[in-house]
Design a protein around this ligand. Structure first.
Ligand code: NFE
Length: 503
C-alpha cells in the first residue's frame, strides 16, 4: 500500500513523503522536494557584497545563518580577520536566531503532535489567552467544517498526552512561546538591523556599533528568553519524553553525523567553536574535509553531472527527467550519507568531550530518561538536542556580550580582490551549512550553497542509498497505516525547511 503524507504541514516549504506500507511497517519512503528556486544562478555575475544579502532571501527562518556563511566565505576569499567586536556581534545576531528557531520548532511545529488541544475545552480558569483559545476551539469544532482551522485541528484522538493539566500548561506555553520568539528576534535586530534579513552582517564584522545601551537591551532580552528555556521549554520537553518513551527508539537515521561547529570563540578563522565541528562515523570523529562533499543527482531533477564536488557545482534543471523524484540534490560525505542538525551538533561535540556543559547536559537528561547518548539519534533525541543547544547558546550569548568593547571598531574597511575563492561553514539551526564563492573580474563567477535540509531530505544517492530522513522512516512500525502519526513525528523531528533545501 502506497500512502502520501504530503503536503506535509508545520514545516517550511513544500515537502511530500511517499511511504510504502506492508502490514504495519514502513517498507520504503521517498522524500520529495516539490519546487525549484535557483539562487546559485541568480548570484552569477553579481557584486560579491550582494551575496550575504541575497542568500538571506533563501529563507525567512534561518536568514542569519546564510548571512554568516556568506560572510565567512568572503572573509576566506579576501583574507580578512574581523576585529574581535565584529565576530562577537556576528555571534550575538546568529545565536539569538538559533534561540528563536528552537522555540518555534518545539512549540509551533512539533508540540501539537503530542499535546491534545481539545484539553482546552475542560479549562475553567480565567487566563485571557486560554479562555480565548478555548472559545475558539469550541467554535471550530461546532462549525462542522470538514477541515477545521489549522494548526490546531483536525486531531487524532487518543494519541496525545492524557493529563489535562499538562496539556493546558503546554498550550499556555505555546502562546507564550510566540511572544518569547519575538524577544529573540528583537535581540537579533539590535545588532543585525532588522529581522528577518539582517542589513548589518558583513564580511569583516558588523556595521552596528556595540554601544552600551544596545548591549544592555540585548542582554535583558536574552535573559528573558533564557528564563523561558530553563523554566518552560526544558520541563515541557521532559513531560513529552516521559509520556512517549518509545520515541527514544523511533526514527533513527542509518548513517553518520556531521557538524561544522558554530559560534567561534575568537575572530581568527579556525578559532574553537562553542560546538566543535567534526564527522562522526562508526564511533570515530574526524575533521571535516570540504573536498569530500559531493552532490549526487541521479534521482534529483537536474541533468548536470552527478557526484560533483562543491567547487564544481552546477545547476541545470530537468523537470521531466526519468527516474528523478525530487528537486533536492543528494549531498554525500566521502560517498556516505550523514545526518546533520541538532543531534549531529550535540553528538559530534559530545563524542569529543569538547564542551563540558554539553557533556553535562547530555548525561543529565539522557540519564533522567533512562537512555544513553546514542538515543540522541531518535525523534526525542533530536528534540532534546535542540533544547540542549538552546540552553548552551543562551548562556554563551550572555557571556559573549560582556566581552564587547564599546570603544573599539566592529568592522573593517573592505578591499575586495578581483579574483579569489572561499568557503564559509557554520551551523544553521537545522544543521551544517556551507557556502562557496569564486570571483572573477570583481564579480561572482560561481556560488554554491550546500544546505542542512538538502542533506536531511535528500533523495536516494547514485548508489540507491536513502537520505537521512528516508532512512529514519524505513522500518518504522505504524499503528494506523493511513494516518501514520509515527511517520509525521519522525519528519517533524528533523524540522525540514524545503525552501532552504532547494534554494
Ligand atoms: Ni530555511 Fe535553514 C536552517 C539553512 S535549513 S531553515 O536552519 O541553511 O536547510
Amino acid at each position: 500500500m502506497r500512502i502520501e503524507l504530503g503536503p506535509v504541514t508545520r514545516i517550511e516549504g513544500h515537502l511530500n513523503v511517499k511511504t510504502t506500507i506492508s502490514g504495519h511497517r514502513v517498507e520504503d519512503a521517498q522524500c520529495i522536494g516539490e519546487m525549484f528556486r535557483g539562487f546559485e544562478v541568480i548570484l552569477r555575475g553579481r557584486d560579491p557584497l550582494d551575496a550575504q544579502q541575497i542568500t538571506q532571501r533563501i529563507c525567512g527562518v534561518c536568514p542569519y545563518a546564510h548571512a554568516i556563511a556568506s560572510s565567512y566565505a568572503q572573509e576566506n576569499a579576501y583574507g580578512l580577520t574581523p576585529p574581535p567586536n565584529g565576530r562577537i556581534l556576528q555571534n550575538l545576531v546568529q545565536g539569538a536566531n538559533h534561540l528563536y528557531d528552537y522555540l518555534l520548532h518545539f512549540y509551533q511545529l512539533s508540540a501539537l503532535d503530542f499535546v491534545d488541544v481539545t484539553a482546552i475545552l475542560r479549562y475553567q480558569g480565567n487566563d485571557d489567552d486560554l479562555v480565548g483559545l478555548r472559545d475558539w476551539v469550541k467554535a471550530e469544532l461546532a462549525s462542522g467544517k470538514a477541515f477545521p482551522a489549522t494548526p490546531f485541528l483536525p486531531r487524532l484522538d487518543g494519541r496525545y498526552l492524557a493529563d489535562t493539566d499538562i496539556n493546558i500548561g503546554a498550550l499556555k506555553h505555546y502562546l507564550e512561546a510566540l511572544r518569547i520568539q519575538q524577544k529573540a528576534n528583537q535581540a537579533s535586530a539590535i545588532f543585525g538591523g532588522k529581522f528577518p534579513h539582517s542589513t548589518a552582517i558583513f564580511p569583516g564584522g558588523c556595521s552596528q556599533r556595540p554601544a552600551l545601551d544596545l548591549i544592555t537591551a540585548y542582554q535583558s532580552l536574552i535573559q528573558e528568553v533564557r528564563g523561558f528555556i530553563q523554566q518552560k521549554y526544558l520541563p515541557d520537553l521532559l513531560a513529552v519524553a516521559k509520556a512517549f518513551p518509545d520515541y527514544w527508539h523511533i526514527g533513527q537515521s542509518q548513517g553518520g553525523f556531521m557538524s561544522f561547529g558554530v559560534l567561534p570563540t575568537g575572530p581568527e578563522p579556525g578559532s574553537p567553536r562553542l560546538f566543535a565541528p567534526g564527522v562522526l562515523m562508526d564511533g570515530q570523529v574526524t575533521a571535516v574535509d570540504f573536498a569530500k562533499i559531493t552532490e549526487d543527482v541521479r534521482y534529483a531533477r537536474y541533468d548536470s553531472p552527478s557526484g560533483l564536488k562543491v567547487r564544481e557545482g552546477e545547476l541545470s534543471p530537468a523537470p521531466e527527467k526519468d527516474g528523478a523524484y525530487s528537486w533536492v540534490k543528494a549531498p554525500r560525505y566521502g560517498g556516505a550519507m550523514v545526518e546533520v542538525g541538532p543531534a549531529a551538533r550535540v553528538l559530534v561535540d559530545y563524542r569529543q568531550g569538547a564542551n563540558r556543559e554539553v557533556v553535562r547536559l547530555v548525561d543529565h537528561f539522557t540519564g533522567l530518561a533512562g537512555v544513553g547518548p546514542k538515543e540522541l539519534n531518535s525523534v526525542l533525541g533530536r528534540h532534546l538536542s535542540r533544547a540542549i543547544c538552546a540552553s548552551v547558546i543562551a548562556d554563551f550569548l550572555l557571556a559573549e556580550s560582556e566581552r564587547l568593547d564599546p570603544g573599539a571598531p566592529a568592522a573593517l574597511e573592505l578591499e575586495i580582490p578581483a579574483t579569489g575563492e572561499g568557503f564559509g561553514a557554520t551551523e544553521a539551526s537545522r544543521g551544517a551549512l556551507l557556502h562557496y564563492l569564486r570571483l572573477k573580474n570583481h564579480v561572482i563567477e560561481k556560488y554554491e550553497c550546500v544546505v542542512p535540509t538538502t542533506w536531511n531530505c535528500s533523495p536516494r544517492d547514485d548508489q540507491g542509498h536513502p537520505g537521512a530522513m528516508e532512512s529514519a522512516l524505513i522500518g518504522t512500525q505504524v499503528a494506523d497505516p493511513a494516518v501514520q502519526i509515527e511517520s509525521v513525528r519522525i519528519v517533524h523531528s528533523f524540522d525540514p525547511c524545503l525552501a532552504c533545501a532547494v534554494h
